[in-house]
Design a protein around this ligand. Structure first.
Ligand code: SAM
Length: 220
């Protein structure tokens, strides 16, 4: 079991490369105190999201799955002054905590939080499209639908990121009875079949265990 070492390496890397930030640290504390599941991205993953937003020159970001807005805040902070993040959260309690955290960070002008199942809120975003970066991180059985919407709300050059696609290796089991695994497998196979996407995926280990993410670029 390498988990202890994975977390120790994350701590080492984060201590050297990811600036410590009292607001983001307070956000994680608030999420814990409010009873939210610890499903936020790790700090080095948050920094990766921020770097990807900056590398792609993103101005408009869509996030599906807010939780307590930890990843939302990483993304919002990475954007230029007029940049915007639209984030979607189904759970009203998570959304309340997220709203408090967004206000704590003073980023309420940059972030719009829509409360409700993403399947219901995504169709209302067409006027704000296209988005430059789309982070899919909600319920995994929803991933196939979220990919369809991501394509509708994108333009050539949009970067689509899908989190938690390895699931401690469970993704390789075609007979899995876990709807999350089946959602992720369908998501990956849809990306494979989609001529408008060029994609890869990486496995990750660290403080969040063994998982991974997909990066897909809309090419046309
Ligand atoms: N992106 C967050 C972060 O890194 O800080 C973590 C998001 S957490 C993995 C997934 C979130 O998606 C949960 O807060 C959950 O309530 C939300 N969710 C679940 N089903 C959803 C749905 N149908 N529509 C929108 N959000 C949903």
């Amino acid at each position: 079991e390498y988990n202890g070492k994975w977390a120790a390496v994350d701590d080492y890397l984060v201590s050297h490369l990811v600036e410590s930030d009292p607001v983001l640290e307070q956000v994680l504390k608030n999420n814990h105190q409010a009873g939210l599941p610890a499903h936020d991205v790790a700090p080095n993953q948050g920094k990766l999201l921020a770097l990807l937003a900056q590398i792609t020159g993103a101005q408009k970001v869509l996030e599906i799955g807010t939780l307590g807005a930890y990843s939302t805040l990483w993304l919002a902070r990475a954007l230029p002054a007029l940049g915007k993040v639209v984030t979607l959260e189904a759970d009203p309690h998570h959304a309340r905590v997220a709203k408090t955290n967004i206000e704590l960070a003073g980023l309420q002008d940059k972030i719009t939080l829509h409360v409700g199942p993403a399947a219901q809120t995504l169709p209302g975003l067409q006027a704000e499209a296209p988005f430059d970066l789309i982070f899919i991180d909600a319920d995994k059985p929803g991933n196939p639908l979220y990919l369809e919407w991501a394509l509708k709300l994108s333009k050539p050059g949009t970067l689509i990121i899908g989190d938690n696609v390895v699931r401690e290796g469970a993704v390789v089991d075609p007979h899995s009875d876990d709807a999350r695994v089946q959602g992720v497998r369908r998501f990956i196979e849809m990306i494979e079949q989609e001529p408008r996407l060029s994609a890869t995926a990486l496995q990750t280990v660290g403080s969040k265990g063994w998982d991974g993410f997909v990066l897909a670029r809309v090419t046309g």
